[in-house]
Design a protein around this ligand. Sequence first.
Ligand SMILES: NC(=O)C1=CN([C@@H]2O[C@H](COP(=O)(O)OP(=O)(O)OC[C@H]3O[C@@H](n4cnc5c(N)ncnc54)[C@H](OP(=O)(O)O)[C@@H]3O)[C@@H](O)[C@H]2O)C=CC1
Ligand SMILES: O=C1O[C@H](COP(=O)(O)O)[C@@H](O)[C@H](O)[C@H]1O
Length: 867
Amino acid sequence: MTMELRRCMTLDDSSAENKLVLEQEELRAPTAAEMGFDKEPFRLGTLSIVVLGATGDLAKKETFPALLDLLAHEYLPSHVAIVGVGRTKQDTNSFREWLQSWLVKSFAGQMKRCKEAMPSFMKKVSYFSANYDSKEDFARLAVALETEETQMFLDGIGKEVPTEANRVFYFAIPPFAFLAAASSIKSTCLSTTGFNRLIIEKPFGHDLTSAKKLATDLGALYKEENLLRMDHFLGYEICQNILSVRFGNAFLEPLMNRNHVAAVRVTLKEDFGTEGRGGYFTHYGIIRDVIQNHLLQMVTLVAMEKPCNVGGDIRDAKVAVLKAMLDADPEEVILGQFTAANGKPGYLEDDSIAEKDREKAKYCATFAQLVLRINNDRWWGVPFIIRAGKGLEESKCEVRIQFKESHTDPRLFKEECPRNELVMKVSPHEAIYFKFNMKQPGLSQGVTTTELDLSYNHRYEEIYRPLAYTRLILSGVRGEQESFVRDDELIRAWEIFSPLLDKIENGKKEVLKYPFGSRGPAAQMPFTSGMDPKPSAAPHMGGSAPRPSGRRKALLIGVNYFGTRAELRGCINDVHNLYRLLTETYGWPSHAVRTLTDDGRGNGGMPTRQNITQHMQWLSDGAQAGDVLFFSFSGHGAQQEDPHGYEEDGMNETILPVDFERAGMMTDDEISDLMVKSLPEGVRLTGIMDCCHSGSGLDLPFTWDPRRGMWREAVNPFHCMGDVLMFSGCEDDDTSSDAASMYSAPGGAMTTAFCDVLRRNPSPIYPQLLQMLHQHLSRGGFSQRPVLSSTQQFSLDRPFSFDDIHPNMNPQLGRIFRQKFPPRPRAMSGPLADMLGPLGMLAGGLVVGALAGEVLEGGFGLLGALF
Ligand SMILES: NC(=O)C1=CN([C@@H]2O[C@H](COP(=O)(O)OP(=O)(O)OC[C@H]3O[C@@H](n4cnc5c(N)ncnc54)[C@H](OP(=O)(O)O)[C@@H]3O)[C@@H](O)[C@H]2O)C=CC1
Ligand SMILES: O=C1O[C@H](COP(=O)(O)O)[C@@H](O)[C@H](O)[C@H]1O
């Protein structure tokens, strides 16, 4: 029997696959004794399984079929009673009649064994009518259970006499009835001689607050060990197999990390709509329905560390993944809702949506795509792209682990080798396959991708593989906690999703329409392809990144050049702004931050040439692996001739200390000598240069090219060990601007953008950060483009963090000299040029001045014009 056949399969369904299943005579299933169940408590005592909500959809489609399957395979003890409970008034006979006709029609015909077991199963089923909040009704239920149990006990005399009465209460009722039912059971229905377990179906709350309340309320009644929260995806064969595949194959586990995995995609597509569940769905939406629970469970199984044993350790390992998971970014979420198409109604046409909920329904997502990120050593920077939707072009559920491209040397391969992928397909046809590259068979030397394929239907056609509910109910009666969701796991899952749901629901994030039967909203396509990381061209030379040591230092320099003709207004404010960003947003200690400002108020003194030099030395002195440094300069920048001809425009970039007229400018070569070249591997320095001609202000070897999506190496790069990253206000041949935020003091355009963007989202992925910086600048009317340069070519598909240290990847250290460039000075005029006089060959100035007060739409505007 295949898993995808489990729901509502009718005997007259004539698809080829159904025929195949119907013809199936017997599947090989181990006996309870072979499985070692026979000495377990649930087999030794009597077992009463009480199904609350017995008349409902879940009980009919999943719970009772699973119980029949378990009984047919003799996994349940012979002393078992199955009691359906519902508010509906009916007797056992009419319930049995209804249930049997449903089971025969939809389920039992699929397997000879179930068909044969039907009469004995039905004898064990009874029905009891009760209101879930009535203690009296449950007191009567207790009497009924005791009567059944006594009878089973008497039946056992002379044979295998049961010694204990064990009870399992299965909650197939709406969530608002959970607590009343749990309380009624507690008051009268618990067995005093055996175990009592409650199996509860999702949803476990609607958000963090309600989930916590439910956990507290249930926790007041029952111990955690008695509560089994069912997530049926944990019962799927493939999900159960993830552990063995990952940790049972020595070749695979070393690849399961950020060094080798480019992205992980977890997808649940359904080709049907809400079909009568629109009422429920309007209040939940697709993220609560399947992402926050089922798909998140799959993510944790794929991402968790190796547990020591199969007990509680698995749940500890899953919780650890959830703890390391960052809040999902609403900017990376795409929501959709299906509309009528291909002869199918749209979501809003679902009759089960109440009239009062019609407005709410317009914002209900039936499709969502989002990105989860796990901030630990193993998965840092690997996007977990989650996609789920109803009314799509197909039904499938899978995990796809996409590995990074191998470096394809054109001397060896004519074309690039596609990525390897490990695919774990949960449905429709269970399979695990590995996409790998090989030579095209035959005379060709070309490369082709093929699959190492384990399709269960071919390989294990005859082996009994229980359905998710069958497996989990058996786990429940056996007390296998690890197959269920623990309370802390659940609460952490809500902690991750509640803020996101608040943001997208309160912000009324746009829900894009897509036609029923399509692949979902069109917007998802470019979005996900943008996630695909590019291969890194250089081999990895260093070891793994060190953990941050906790030691931090920052040097913030702001020069306004008070009283000069080249006076600026925003540079000291930049220092204050960055100081607040570091200490308030990122929690840097204030004593770690030195400030040099020419109002004399900085804790490091005036930004003179000598003092800047000393502080740059202070910054890099004694730095050790794991240390995290920050440097910023806001002021005038200029250029002067590069005596070596290393620079591509033949010009060194310079910064201007407050005393530049007397003491001279500082070149990028000097700055690099002081702060960059000496850094050992594993030290991270992030720099911001908010001045003209700052693109290569730290003379770093790699610059990110956003148009081509790759790092560009300088012609004559200087490679070093440290991890230095710089955001500069503009390119070498460009000028930076002074800006004013709408509500605050003037500041450099780049610094203002950097602080504003990171305050809003302290860990965006790099492409997002660069895009947001650019948007921030262009909204303010600035044409300057932020430039990202680095000592290491790291993959940009990771969240920005000051603490994210990249190991050295440069195979060759020091200067690579390829070509000498003649100086190409740019003409300049204005007060700064006058002041520089013979100092700078030619220099650029920062935008200052005249248009003070002008505020543009995007929140800040130009304060001045270039001079
Ligand atoms: N259906 C499914 O496929 C899935 C369902 N679930 C969850 O399982 C639980 C049951 O789902 P499902 O079977 O679809 O639900 P139903 O709406 O079919 O309700 C189940 C039973 O609960 C009783 N019930 C209904 N309304 C109320 C009420 N207002 N107060 C008290 N009892 C009521 C009814 O029995 P009676 O009137 O006889 O008392 C009904 O037969 C829910 O928590 C659901 O979210 C989880 C996964 C999948
Ligand atoms: O819990 C639920 O899961 C199903 C998807 O699970 P499957 O086992 O049927 O693939 C989903 O359709 C339903 O909306 C959701 O409530």
